[in-house]
Write a protein that binds this ligand. Structure first.
Ligand code: OAD
Ligand code: ZN
Length: 255
């Protein structure tokens, strides 16, 4: 069983605000491949960098659409895991916890986390590819093999996610940065911490003198500067943190 250092438990309990930044690794135990894992099955001959770009969508909209439809079906068939659930539990037992995610899979919300800040958008929404229009709607059809047309302007609809080379949603990034400036402790979970500006949040917190905690079975650029490194899967470590902070939950959670 994972042991959580007592000093970390005390830091977390004392923090007025905790910021959690999650990445694809937290969904790995739900069966969703991370970005830097090899692509699977049909898609193994592509690199995400060759599909997740505005240029790829203009060149081959159907190919890009089909890749997203595959990912949507994978996520729709998956379930949130113990890591997602423990984070939802932590939000109830810490004084203020802000959850910022780079993930587009919605699994935090399905596990019960509230007010999740999505830095890279959401797989289950589509946005008009004409930036002048920007019409946004939920994606309802997981089988369509080509992108639908915008009901307002007739341009192609695209997944409402951030692609390589695109700016992050301004309001989400501003809230995340504000959270980083206010928090006493940042928990970086399941992210390779190499994609900016998301990775900047941890460096901002470190520079401000707050506590940096990393949960990841592998090392990242943050490992050397983190105050606590919990090396292992999020699905084991996060429930252990929750148990250490809240050994006797009134609702019988995390058994
Ligand atoms: P990556 O695929 O870069 O990194 C996943 C991280 O999760 C790695 O550091 C793994 O070691 C770690 N990991 C794997 N299994 C784990 C587990 N069970 N528990 C904890 N950690 C585990 O994914 P991200 O860091 O999320 O952006 O990638 C950041 C961004 O790069 C993505 O949001 C995406 C991509 O380009 C966009 O699409 C804009
Ligand atoms: Zn439109």
């Amino acid at each position: 069983m994972t042991r959580i250092p007592q000093q970390l438990v005390e830091c977390m309990a004392a923090a007025r605000q905790v910021l959690v930044v999650s990445g694809a690794g937290i969904s790995a135990e739900s069966g969703i491949p991370t970005f830097r894992d090899a692509m699977q099955g049909l898609w193994s001959r592509y690199r995400p960098e060759d599909l997740a770009t505005p240029a790829a969508f203009s060149r081959q909209p159907e190919l890009v659409w089909q890749w997203y439809q595959w990912r949507r079906r994978l996520v729709a068939d998956a379930q949130p895991n113990r890591g997602h659930q423990a984070l939802a539990g932590l939000q109830n037992c810490l004084s203020t916890m802000m959850l910022v995610t780079q993930n587009v899979d919605g699994l935090h919300q399905r596990a019960g986390s509230k007010d999740v800040i999505e830095l890279h958008g959401n797989l289950f929404e589509n946005r008009c590819s004409s930036s002048a229009c920007g019409h946004l709607e939920p994606n309802t059809d997981l089988d369509a093999t080509a992108p639908p047309q915008c009901p307002h302007c007739g341009s192609l609809m695209r997944p409402a996610v951030v692609w390589f080379g695109e700016a992050l949603p301004e309001a989400a990034l501003a809230r995340a940065r504000h959270g980083a400036s206010e928090c006493q402790l940042l928990l970086s979970v399941g992210t390779s911490a190499v994609v900016f500006p998301a990775a900047d949040l941890a460096w901002m917190v470190k520079q401000a003198g707050a506590v940096l905690v990393e949960i990841n079975p592998a090392t990242t650029p943050l490992t050397a500067v983190a105050d606590f490194v919990l090396s292992g899967p999020a699905g084991e470590i996060l429930p252990a943190i929750l148990r250490a902070l809240d050994p006797e939950p009134s609702d019988g959670a995390h058994t």
